[in-house]
Design a protein around this ligand. Structure first.
Ligand code: ADP
Ligand code: ZN
Length: 525
């Protein structure tokens, strides 16, 4: 019997499925000829099967490293129910139970052993593993090994030692999110040799993406949910407090909602989650703590009330909508204020690498939100996927291109202001500083440098500084301004920018996301 039909038979016998999902079979075949494998497949694509089924087809034990204790137990329960000999080792076991399991594993009683990565911290444990007949290693949620990812777990770094201890073991790494940078990191950290890399498309065709300026957020969210009748959905907020407030506001508006965050008692969390799964309530207002391992197929909308920290998170969270393949909406409420708030938190990260990574990720997130290009193209591009479609038909920018406006005067003012600042000497300034000069701000940092004496000071009082800053960022995208530097990014005019100014080029930009508040206008006067 060929290996292929063998796999199909095992698939049917143990899991009851008739066919493989895209890439599953290819991944399994590569693993079974002992190749190292990296599989990047979106959530719900069926990654678990990619190492479970080969485990049944080969001799010995497959070691599975997985970060979530709760998921580990679920998986083992499901496998056991399917007649697969599987077990797990983690901190929830009492010593006696642990001893018994180790005995059974040594005796060859299991095909799959799930392991929490902390286990690898002990040297003794590595020698314990040598006593098992381990024939393959599977690393689930492999992005956890990379500091460049959104969910770095230092314990995952211990996998290097495991790889050194058992150098001939073929490894399969799986993840649902990996930017090209994270991908490289996984390959290096796990020292995968000539790996077979499988990358599925990350496009979720049934998801509709839209970004709106954040203005009267609560009222907007209530309105959005009301329009959707009885559909259920998730509202993500940045803080626990905010998720509680939102849930209360929704209930106040007659929408059955609960909140979910890591600060709640375990029992309450479980109760709220259950109520959502069983459709007893419609909406969960949650922090990012909600979602991992929650499989509700008919989530019809995901709202981000605040800006997520990075596009990995945004992709994961919006990805919880429309698992059933039917259309679902993902709305992000965006304000520059959220970016500034998060930048402030970044300052508190002491590790420089971690801080720079977070800053880089936040910039991409903000660029995505402010962009006038197809959301899908932007999102998939971030994950290294080229999406060559003119109009995706399911994002705000494709469905209703943002109208443009004549920004010739604004562009002239910004570019010449940058030149004036440079001529005045001293250290270069950032975008916000430039915007403050035009808006005629009395900010100390500006007065201290006599920037209120510049000829361009206050020549842009028709807009708020926030608006000027957004226009300036659009000019960065045009390549007329360059921004450099980590902690205090500074702006400079490029050769192309100089040409635009010199030739008095007509400039058209797309409608801005910045909402003008009357108070913001006055601030500059
Ligand atoms: P992932 O880890 O990629 O998010 P899972 O491994 O949890 O996805 O699989 C998602 C669901 O799809 C599970 O319920 C799983 O049993 C199911 N599934 C996996 N492979 C197949 C298949 N070939 N046919 C039908 N269902 C499948
Ligand atoms: Zn689009």
């Amino acid at each position: 019997m060929t290996m292929v039909t063998d796999l199909s038979r095992l698939l049917k016998r143990h899991f009851g499925y008739d066919a493989f999902r895209p890439l599953q079979r290819e991944i399994m075949e590569a693993a079974l000829v002992r190749r190292d494998v990296l599989a990047i497949l979106p959530t719900g694509a069926g990654k678990s099967l990619c190492y479970q089924l080969p485990a049944l087809a080969r001799q010995g034990v497959t070691l599975v490293v997985s970060p979530l204790i709760a998921l580990m137990k679920d998986q083992v329960d499901q496998l056991t129910a399917a007649g697969v000999a599987a077990t797990f080792l983690n901190s929830t076991l009492d010593p006696q139970e642990n001893r018994q399991r180790l005995e059974a594993i040594r005796g060859g009683g299991f095909k799959l052993v799930y392991l929490a990565p902390e286990r690898l911290l002990s040297r003794d444990f590595l020698s314990e593993i040598r006593r098992w007949n381990v024939t393959a290693l599977a690393v689930d949620e492999a992005h956890c090994i990379s500091e460049w990812g959104h969910d770095f777990r230092p314990e995952y770094r211990r996998l290097r030692e495991l790889r050194q201890a058992l150098p001939d073991l073929p490894a399969i790494a799986l993840t649902a999110t990996a930017t090209p940078r994270v991908r490289e990191d996984i390959l290096t950290q796990l020292s995968l040799r000539e790996p077979a890399v499988f990358l599925a498309s990350f496009n979720r065709p049934n998801l509709n993406y839209l970004v709106e300026p954040k203005q009267d957020a609560t009222a907007r969210i209530v309105g959005f949910i009301r329009e959707r009748g009885r559909d259920s959905g998730i509202v993500y907020a940045q803080s626990r407090k905010r998720s509680e407030e939102l849930a209360a506001s929704l209930r106040g508006a007659g929408i059955p909602a609960v909140c979910y965050h890591a600060g709640l008692e375990t029992a309450e969390r479980a109760r709220n989650q259950e109520a959502f799964l069983r459709d007893e309530i419609r909406v969960v207002c949650a922090t990012v703590a909600f979602g991992m391992g929650i499989n509700k197929p008919d989530v019809r909308f995901v709202i981000h009330a605040d800006l997520p920290k990075n596009l990995e998170g945004y992709y994961q969270e919006t990805g919880r909508a429309g698992r059933d393949g039917l259309p679902a909406d993902c709305m992000l409420l965006f304000s520059r204020g959220d970016v500034v708030k998060q930048q402030r938190f970044l300052g508190e990260i002491t590790d420089e690498d971690a801080r720079e990574t977070a800053r880089f990720q936040l910039e991409h997130m903000a660029d995505f939100a402010e962009s006038d290009a197809c959301r899908r193209t932007g999102l998939l591009g971030y994950f290294g996927e080229t999406w060559a479609v003119d109009n995706c038909g399911a994002c705000d920018n494709c469905l209703a291109p943002r109208e443009s406006w004549d920004a010739t005067v604004e562009t002239q003012k910004l570019l010449s202001c940058a030149i004036r600042v440079k001529q005045a000497g001293g250290s270069p300034v950032g975008i916000r500083h430039l915007a403050d000069i035009l808006a005629g701000s009395r900010a100390e940092k500006l007065l201290a440098r006599n920037h209120d004496k510049l000829s361009t000071y206050g020549i842009g009082k028709e807009h708020s500084a926030a608006k000027w800053a957004e226009v300036a960022r659009q000019l960065v995208h045009k390549g007329w301004f360059a921004v450099e530097g980590g902690n205090y990014p500074v702006v400079s005019i490029t050769t192309e920018g100089n040409a635009v100014l010199r030739e008095r080029q007509a400039v058209s930009l797309t409608r801005l996301m910045t909402v003008e508040k009357p108070s913001a206008r006055r601030a500059g006067d």
